[in-house]
Design a protein around this ligand. Sequence first.
Ligand SMILES: *Cc1c(COP(=O)(O)O)cnc(C)c1O
Length: 385
Amino acid sequence: MSAQLHSIPFGMPIIDDIEKNAVLEVLDSGVWVHGPQTKAFESAFASFTGAKHALALSSCTAGLHLAYFQMGIGPGDEVIMPAQTHVATVHAAELVGATPVFVDAETVTGNIDINAIEAAITPRTKALSVVHFLGVPVEMDRVMEIARRHNLKVIEDCALAVGSAYKGKHVGLWGDVGVFSFYPVKHMTTVEGGMLITNNTEIAEDIKLQRAFGVDRTVGERAIPGVYDVVKLGFNYRMNEVEAAVGCKQLERIQSFLKKRAENDSVLRKALQNIPEVRSLESGSANGTPTHYCHSVLLNEELKHKRTDIINSMKAKGIGTSVYYPKPVPHFTYYRDKYGYKTDTFPNASAISYGSLALTVGPHLTGDDMLIIARELQQTIKECK
Ligand SMILES: *Cc1c(COP(=O)(O)O)cnc(C)c1O
């Protein structure tokens, strides 16, 4: 077997002895849930984002589900959703019995087309969800103006947007809640995990109970061991101490991860300008402070049909790529079957899903790696033509 030309994986969490030692300390302590690490992580994340409340959870999906659950959104209610997002954004509302109503993307950044939101609102619309696509902040002042006018709750999916801000305010703080993901290859990781932020004390107090069965006291708060009351319906969606310990250490290093991503993105963006067959998605308006989960390019009409060849050829050269997201959510079998969406709907989200290629800018890579990616992409395009 011949050795691969390069070794540039798409995603790779950066974990070293700092995290490993923190994990061992938690395991040795015997306190694995409801402990000091979770409290410390929440408090550090609250100060990093400027949020009044931060609640550590088992995943971003859990946080989104809790948000709809706390808000009492359910059957008969409609929730506005971006068509171009991770399916978790939509599943969370579907899980409480609400009906997702999809809005197409705009093709400059891939974010929800704000101009198309109002046409999707009906008397049944109760909430509006946005995703900061690949870390690019949505223009939240415009979204909030629409939400206020129609009295809608706003749920921000910030899974790929730790560190992203709009007009100087961290994403997740514009709407009622913002939820982040710490899945292995996201901006920072806890192995698995999520965080919900909000400035609304009532929402925070409810979700604090609802993430752990609706039980009114944690183990440490019980005067008589084993004795507690249940004041709400709830889930088991908390984060454990091992995950929180990893999170504390990752958060201490987040600025260096984000800086590396931004540098890589800028080197790659410049190098890709030499390839007329691809167009980079933009990082948003002057008012936004983006972060860079990856660098997505739209392939031109001719190349679009050769995407699988390009992906395989890059892979053979040792360069990982990905696709965000493989289909607009309404085109996935579950949603198509349930709501009857046709596959020629949502043209802009479709253009991104079916015609883009995601290149990596992860902090495990250098500027030289970015130049290799651009050079090999150019070469691959020549070979595929
Ligand atoms: C990863 C991701 C999620 C799901 O996050 P989990 O922590 O795995 O539940 C939700 N939304 C978006 C936009 C994502 O990228």
